[in-house]
Design a protein around this ligand. Sequence first.
Ligand code: HEM
Length: 429
Amino acid sequence: MQVSAVLAVDDIDLSDIAFWGRPWDEREGAFQTLRRERPIAFFEEPEIPEALSYVIPKGRGYYALTRYADIAHASRHPEIYQSGRGATSIVDMPEEMLDFFGSMINMDNPRHARLRRIVSAAFNPRMIKSIEDRIDFVANDVIDRVAPLGGCDFVVEVAARLPLAIICDMMGVAASDYDTVFNASNVILSSGDPEYVPEGTDPMVAFMTAAQQLNLLMVDLATYRRAHPTDDVTSALVNTNVDGENLTDTEVAAFFILLVVAGNETTRNAISHGLLALTEHPDQRALWQADPAEIAATGVDEIVRWGSPVIWMRRTVAEETVLGETELHEGDKVIMFYNSANRDEDVFDDPFIFDVRRAPNPHIGFGAAGPHFCLGAHLARQEIDVMFRRLFERLPDIESAGEPDRLLSPFINGIKHLDCRFSPVAAGR
Ligand code: HEM
């Protein structure tokens, strides 16, 4: 990839949605300029749409951390750089949202550790290994549906299907509810994109309605699992007792919303960025296809670095401190731009080259080391690995066709649609 430094440092405004509509190479050029010239730049907060200003007041601005070292430092010091104050979004979360979105990603210790302990067993490498067959089954099923067609919208028909089915499966959500979950998660992460929130609809109302749908679905399931436990994660959540306490239905539902939101779009986008990058870099694709087991071990992480599906997370400063040369004060917001850290020339050789054999690859696409490191990282890696293994085996000439239709969002590096083509084959393994 060639980066284009078309913006001078004073012309870069990360809070302007128009910035995120610029081509990818221009955005990368701007982050390269920030890393070099103003690595901890201050920005005013984005304008709040009028329809939302009654619930979300405009905040006092934020510092954009664009260098790897600063983000790693902030993540390692959660006592100073907190997640629970006002949330990990740029705006502070209004009270009415906390019931739905107040899960562990927006908490600090001791509550964070308590919740993470309950759920971490379900996501450890051993457990993820145990569902490998299921992941494989779903990946094959997804491919069966499109195999005779010779082409499809890769995002909607392929990339989105696997993570959704797996997370619903793990939680014990019925297949008949998948579409509800899929549509609701699109609305929640859409940043008001008109494809998901129709014009004329109050985005806040759409957002809260979607959250309410997921909440109701989960409260029903949690109630049922209390009486009829199985080996799914919901049963573990409702029946585990930590330090004498059980999770409330609201806590279980908020955790489910977090999983659906954190686990679906991200993995879907990683898989879509993967097909795009492998199509644009045929030499890398040839390496992967020649030796899937060997190359996936490094290639999957290169896809996550390259695509950086989660662009940033916020922390809020708890006490006076100094980061780099910047003095920070209590209540200051810092936004950790993972996409920028993942192209930091001080850490990565040739960061703008897509290299499926990159090693070491200390990318922080799953967050940097610290208590909030992505809970689903093993699962996501496994899903990406299995999806490409099966795609290359069953549709060996699959490639993306045409330009990706990108999500206009400062938060998720998303692809909404991506056509793909391949020689049609009959369904069945
Ligand atoms: C390629 C796919 C994925 C990417 C890029 C990704 C990225 C991230 C990032 C950057 C964080 C850090 C948040 C922070 O520091 O505040 C995070 C946290 C989290 N992720 Fe992922 N994620 C992915 C897949 C998944 C999956 C599949 C799941 C679960 C099904 C998941 C569940 C979570 C949860 C629960 C947290 C919060 C952890 C905590 O606060 O302790 N993620 N993820």
